[in-house]
Design a protein around this ligand. Sequence first.
Ligand code: HEM
Length: 168
Amino acid sequence: MSPLILAISYFFHLLATVVWIGGLVILVVLVWPEARRVLERDTTLLTLLTRLRRRFVPLSNFSLVVLVITGLVQMSGDPNYDGLLQFNNDWSRAILFKHIAVAGMVIGGVVLQYVVTPALERATLLLERGKGDPAEWERLRRREIRLTWLNVALGVAVLAFTAWATAL
Ligand code: HEM
């Protein structure tokens, strides 16, 4: 494969990594805790969290598409690659573990986007209208935070397996 194609692929693969994994880490380590401290349980916090969620989700979904496409390019261009479902060397085993961690992130993302977020946004809307149950909102919010931390841990695992593969 031409070095130029591989270089362009790695560039977008790394950019998508920064956006997705970097975005997740900044959200859970910096933005959410500080927003909570400053805004407490004011409705402004509800609005901020909804806006952040709505802006980050399309970015993370697009990053996943870019990572899969560029990842397939990089895999097919790697001398260690023995073909689909061939795990005869440590490199392909490291990439397999990486894919399992990526699959975990995708499942976490689907549960967040199609189960937790709709329920959380409904609870937020009711609270903003003074009708909702704060305990229900808190329960859903804790689920969102736990699932996002799980995705951060899986993202770190993806980087660990990648480091192993790159070293081989
Ligand atoms: C959350 C998703 C992913 C993240 C965060 C991620 C991250 C990375 C990073 C940081 C590198 C190192 C690039 C370098 O050495 O300059 C890399 C390399 C690579 N990635 Fe991914 N990646 C992801 C998903 C994928 C997927 C889905 C595939 C395959 C379909 C893939 C295949 C590869 C391959 C083949 C390499 C080169 C490994 C080597 O140098 O030996 N990645 N990835």
